[in-house]
Design a protein around this ligand. Structure first.
Ligand code: PEP
Ligand code: MG
Length: 325
């Protein structure tokens, strides 16, 4: 199997009916970038910057952050990297930061909320990224966006940092694209507005499912209580794909779901054309894409979603579809 997947490294990920699917990597540490070459992924679709902060003994200084990102961009060998700003809080604790006593850390002071309330930290990271890009194109996305206003404020902070750097004679990225993670369900009901404001969207299905079904992503006892291939979940994924396409806003799925062949097949059927996943998933997903008829899976999903009731899962039907290919 591994051999088989390795042989696919340079084969373009195109379905039997000619639909190209962008396969990207999720990365967190510099060593992960070695997988870019090994897997033939098109780029890094999710760079989780908090990992480097979590393994550090203390908060990296501005200069250290810039150096980390410089190495990251060098290691990507010219392939695009979508950098996510610090997603700390919740289950991601920095050992050198005072631990907050919160009843519900997943719903607490975390990610972009900290970034907006303590803009010094966010500004330092953004400045380090803008400098480290050193004239290359830069893609930045913000985690746990719950309202369009939060995203607009984050964009304002980026604009101020860019202005500051150019005033001081620094070279800016040739292009700076800003995206929002879609992982808080409230964004589903502001999807047209966020798709207009953002240069791209990235669906964080791990958190989106956790919050949509009120199922703690770390709690095994409740893990099986919902299915991401249920009609309810697929409607959420479909809404995002359709509204983003209508707004001309590119959208990627970067949660674990994109790395599971059956689930990824469903996402393609719903219109997703870019998936970001762990390195080990690239081979199996590419093999699935190569054998897939995108129009056929789309037709199957549409028909089944129209026929089925909320809560029903398309898993059995899609499993049968996958076997019959
Ligand atoms: C997600 O929530 O799906 C996601 C990609 O981010 P993380 O797993 O880092 O929360
Ligand atoms: Mg998340």
């Amino acid at each position: 199997r591994q051999e088989q997947y390795r042989a696919l490294r340079d084969v373009p990920a195109v379905t039997r009916d000619g639909v190209h699917i962008g396969l990207h990597l999720n990365a967190g540490l510099l060593i992960d970038f070695g997988h870019l070459h090994e897997t033939g992924a098109e780029g890094v679709g999710l760079f989780r910057t908090e990992l480097q902060f979590m393994v550090a003994q203390r908060m990296p200084t501005a200069a250290e952050q810039q150096e980390l990102y410089r190495k990251v961009f060098a290691a990507s060998g010219g392939k695009p990297v979508t950098v996510r700003t610090l997603d700390i809080g919740g289950d991601k604790i920095l050992p050198y930061m005072a631990k907050l006593e919160e009843e519900n850390p997943a719903l607490g002071w975390r990610a972009i909320r900290i970034g907006l309330d303590r803009p010094g930290l966010l500004r330092m990271q953004l400045r380090a990224l803008l400098k480290a890009a050193d004239g290359r194109p830069l893609k930045i996305m913000f985690p746990m966006v719950a309202t369009v206003d939060e995203f607009v404020r984050a964009k304002g902070i980026v604009a101020r940092e860019k202005a500051h750097l150019s005033r001081h004679g620094h070279r800016l990225p040739s292009e700076c694209r800003l995206g929002a993670m879609v992982e808080v369900p409230s964004l589903l009901f502001q999807i047209d507005e966020i798709a207009r404001e953002a240069d791209f969207l990235s669906v964080g299905s791990n958190d989106l499912m956790q919050f949509l079904f009120a199922v703690d992503r770390e709690n095994r006892r409740v893990a099986d209580r919902f299915d991401p291939l249920s009609v309810a979940a697929l409607r959420a994924f479909r809404l995002i794909a359709e509204r983003a396409a209508a707004a001309g806003c590119p959208v990627t799925v970067c949660g674990e779901i994109g790395g599971r062949p059956l689930d990824a097949m469903a996402l393609i059927g719903l219109g997703y054309r870019n998936l970001s996943m762990s390195p080990a998933a690239i081979g199996p997903i590419k093999a699935m894409v190569l054998s897939l008829d995108a129009a056929a899976v789309r037709a199957t999903i549409e028909a089944e979603m129209a026929r089925m009731h909320d809560g029903d899962s398309l898993r059995p039907v899609l499993t049968a579809f996958a076997r019959a290919r």
